[in-house]
Design a protein around this ligand. Structure first.
Ligand code: HEC
Length: 307
């Protein structure tokens, strides 16, 4: 009996020691300022989409230090380099990151995420530029051009938009937009094209100019995904709206100059369990064309509803 108990105790001790081993946290790594900045940029560029700016999780899981410090650097690096069948891309395997970079990111995710800066009206106004005031813009469409058949092509990695004449296939011009430009939308009349960069920079281009040109820009936040303008009757091109991932807000602007008018925060409580979420992000914005429905549809992530 005694022998049996000794064995049982030994097993308990082993299990206990094992569970302590698994739960014990790894030491927090340190990074030079330069490496930290590099990792911060890679995170913004490649990871925040799925894991959220604060790493609290979005389509990907929560990867705050409370979770990541339970894993070894080698294990995290392997997930980063090779990816998983559960949806984590293999950054090294697919050739997007070097081994040094995945090792750097493994360390970075074990360090507390830096709080991205806020971006309010003061910052927006300081970034707002009207390159061509409304009164100096052409009063008529360009002669002999089928401008309604112009189309824009996003050159994502260089942060530019090419405007192409759909009839002749001629590239009329290439206009700088935000970092990693996300989408393009047209105004109600089709005269203006709007672009939004991942860095929150909104740009407005005039198809009546020869060649089309940049007429206004404003930085609406740190990280953004969508823009649209009012299309409903009586409000054609009166307002533009940008939705940001960070800060979690949307901004209503003048439709002809992009001057910010109002910022509306989207941080708050999930609609079902009423849990506070610091980062409900505005993903897509679609403007209604219907006369009796003067609204914008904002698709939100994390809050569990659309507004
Ligand atoms: C397309 C969405 C997506 C992107 C982009 C993405 N991840 Fe992931 N990530 C996931 C998913 C989904 C998982 C969970 C995988 C699983 O359970 O198999 C995951 C898992 C992880 C894990 C492991 C978490 C754990 O507890 O095991 C880490 C660490 C991680 N991601 C870091 C990153 C970093 C750093 C980047 C940017 C370089 C990144 N991810 C980009 C979707 C993504």
């Amino acid at each position: 009996m005694k022998r049996y108990m000794d064995v049982a105790l030994a097993i308990c001790a082993a299990v206990f020691a094992g569970s302590i081993g698994a739960a014990s946290l790894q030491p927090i790594p340190t990074l030079s300022e330069q490496d930290f900045k590099k990792a911060q940029f890679i995170y913004f560029d490649r990871c925040s989409d799925c894991h959220g700016a604060l790493r609290k999780g979005a389509t990907g899981p929560n990867i705050t230090p409370a979770k990541t410090l339970k894993k070894t650097l080698a294990k995290l690096d392997k997930v980063l380099f090779d990816g998983t069948d559960g949806g984590m891309p293999g950054w090294g395997r697919d050739g997007f990151m070097t081994h040094e970079e995945t090792a750097l990111m493994a360390k970075y995710v074990q360090i507390e995420p830096p709080m991205p800066p806020e971006w309010g009206m003061k910052e927006m106004m300081a970034s707002w530029k009207v390159h061509v005031p409304v009164k100096d813009r052409p009063a008529k469409p360009p002669k002999g051009k089928n401008w309604l058949n112009y189309f824009g092509v996003v050159l994502r990695d260089v942060g530019k938009i090419s405007i192409i004449d759909g009839d002749t296939k001629e590239v009329l011009t290439t206009i700088p937009s935000g970092f990693a430009t996300h989408i393009l939308r047209t105004s109600a009349s089709g005269r203006y094209m709007f672009a939004i960069g991942r860095d929150g920079k909104a740009t407005m281009m005039d198809m009546w100019a020869e060649p089309p040109n940049l007429v206004a820009e404003v930085r609406t936040g740190i990280d953004a995904r969508s823009i649209d303008t009012s299309k409903f009757k009586g409000f054609e091109d009166k307002y533009a709206v940008v939705g940001d991932y960070w800060p979690p807000h949307y901004v209503i602007m003048e439709g002809d100059t992009l001057k910010p008018i109002k910022i509306v925060g989207t941080r708050g409580y999930t609609y079902d369990t009423n849990e506070y979420h610091p980062e409900p992000r505005v993903a897509s914005i679609v403007s209604s064309h219907l006369e009796w429905r003067q609204l914008f549809l904002l698709i939100m992530h994390q809050s569990g509803c659309s507004t």
